[in-house]
Design a protein. Sequence first.
Length: 133
Amino acid sequence: PENYTCNNAAGGVVTGAFNQVVISECTGITLQHVSAKTIVIKNSVVQMNDVTVLDSAVSLKISDSTLLATASSFNGSLEVEHSRLDLAGVNFRGEKPFTVGIQSRLILSVSRTQFNGSVRYLHQDILLEKTQY
């Protein structure tokens, strides 16, 4: 699969399979029915619906951004810097799927993470900084 890049744009719906998705300085971008190895979001406002991120190391790097995601799945960790993530019906892998640097807000609804055969349900609104969660 190829890469998808959005630079300094507004609006638009992206669908398909990609190696890497990079969204920088974009607003109102929707990823719909997307499969990608990794996703990088910087200084942007993004919505995800039915997105699968395959990389088992780092699935998502997000900084200075807002992400609304529903019915999506991340196989690796999410590296979060100074962002707001509103995630509903999202599946994660790993005991602590989030690595947060600069303070960020996670709003988690009806989501869960799986590790070593067990499941932890994530349903809360939490501010995190310099931690793994």
